[in-house]
Design a protein. Structure first.
Length: 135
């Protein structure tokens, strides 16, 4: 999939209907992507479709369920982040998770059937979400 296909799939499958149009506009335009991804810094819970959330929490990436998911789904993912050094890269899920963990900003890992969201790090931790179309 090209970046626009990953983004369009992500928005249609994992974002609440009322938030899709604006987010799709922002994420598919390089000059607006920063704004779109930044929405996940503090509003991830308001944007994400609750029925698609498999796991969530500040320690989600340390759980056995998450590690197992990564091993089963270690495919190439599109990485979106306000951090220019990561934004737009294609990395394996395992490598993308490692990069997201050390990134000082929000990170979205878009797979073919799943999404991993890392909100902005804050005092007390950072919110993380694993979403999948196959619950």
């Amino acid at each position: 999939m090209n970046p626009e296909q990953f983004i369009e799939y992500f928005v249609k499958a994992f974002i609440q209907k009322s938030r899709r149009k604006r987010l799709l506009f922002e994420l598919t335009r390089k000059e607006h992507r920063y704004d779109g991804v930044s929405r996940f810094c503090h509003q991830a819970e308001d944007l994400l479709e609750p029925s698609r959330i498999l796991l969530k929490g500040k320690d989600m990436d340390r759980t056995q369920e998450f590690r197992h998911f990564v091993l089963q789904h270690d495919e190439m993912c599109l990485v979106l982040s306000p951090d220019d050094s990561l934004d737009g890269q294609y990395l394996s899920l395992e490598d993308a998770v490692k990069q997201a963990e050390i990134c000082p900003d929000a990170v979205l890992l878009l797979g073919k059937t799943f999404v991993v969201v890392y909100a902005e790090p804050m005092k007390g931790g950072r919110d993380k979400y694993l979403l999948s179309e196959n619950k």
